[in-house]
Design a protein around this ligand. Structure first.
Ligand SMILES: [Zn+2]
Length: 299
């Protein structure tokens, strides 16, 4: 989990979108010595090129934190750098390649991320950085490229995930609706992403699996045990019962919760139980679903 050169420790949050990775990042980010960076995979297009806002509200190019990170890592952000990172991603970082990563550009791709992590740790004065990029393919690239990451594999009941992907959610960055998926499509992505994340341990990555439902129903116990596993101080004054109090975080990209500041209620959302097509998702996600402890017969 430690880069030999710098001592920066990287915690990578993996899981299909709408599984609670942003919530987990915000909560872990409140622990002392931890810097949450958001979805670094999207930093190049959405932050550097499009100038979308950081979690602090400033446009990425104007955020003093990210400006310092760019200066330290690359002598400043540039369109050339972002375009290069996106081209590398396109060639190297693909879900269909996770079983045979061996691209000649892998080393450069991974080095680019390590520079971001190391510079962010210094800029934040943190020992640990969190990348909530989610994608299994990036985690495989980082592990195969020698970056010692600790992956938190976040799983959530696929029927709740499918329910969430059917909803219309607007991006606070530009007001446009986020992508929506059909239940069948969500079920297939859910299986593919989770299978790929399950395979990370074979690549030598340290992997801890966490169920979203455990996090929201008992945040204190779940975070305490996770902090201990990560070697972080389990200091949780920001969690009281089922409420967490969040402070601003310099997250480069991610779901709308990254902008939340102040009290946030944590509760299990059971609205999927009355949704349609849940029987289809129940059938399509077996047996991985039972492996993670999500039972239930098709409705
Ligand atoms: Zn910022």
């Amino acid at each position: 989990m430690t880069h030999p050169s710098t001592g920066t420790r990287v915690v990578f949050l993996g899981g299909l979108g709408r599984s609670g990775t942003t919530l987990l990042e915000r909560l872990l980010g409140e622990l002392p010595g931890v810097a949450p960076l958001g979805e670094v995979v999207h930093l190049w297009a959405r932050g550097v090129l499009a100038g979308e806002p950081c979690g602090c509200g400033e446009p990425f190019p104007a955020c003093p934190f990210w400006r310092e990170v760019g200066d330290r890592a690359f002598g400043g952000w540039s369109e050339t750098l972002a375009t290069r990172a996106l081209a590398l991603r396109h060639r190297v970082d693909r879900t269909r390649r996770v079983l045979r990563i061996g691209h000649p550009d892998l080393a450069e791709y991974v080095r680019t991320y390590r520079r971001v992590y190391d510079a962010a740790a210094v800029a934040a004065g943190a020992r640990v950085v969190i990348d909530s990029s989610k994608h299994a393919s990036l985690a495989h690239c980082l592990a195969a490229g020698g970056a010692a990451i600790h992956v938190i594999h976040v799983v959530r009941d696929p029927r709740a995930v499918a329910h969430s992907w059917r909803r219309t959610v607007r991006r606070p960055e530009d007001g446009r609706p986020m992508t929506r998926w059909s239940p069948a499509r969500t079920a297939l992505h859910w299986t593919a992403q989770n299978l790929a994340l399950d395979l990370l341990a074979r690549r030598g990555a340290q992997v801890t699996r966490l169920r979203y439902e455990d996090l929201v129903t008992d945040p204190r116990a779940t975070l305490t045990s996770l902090a201990q596993e990560l070697g972080l101080p389990a200091e949780l004054p920001f969690v009281t019962g089922s409420t967490a109090r969040l402070t601003m975080a310099h997250t480069a990209s991610g779901n709308p919760m990254r902008f939340t500041v102040g009290p946030l209620g944590l509760a299990l959302d059971d609205s999927w139980r009355s949704g349609s097509r849940r029987g289809l998702v129940t059938a399509l996600t077996w047996p991985l679903r039972s492996r993670y402890g999500y039972r239930g017969a098709p409705a």
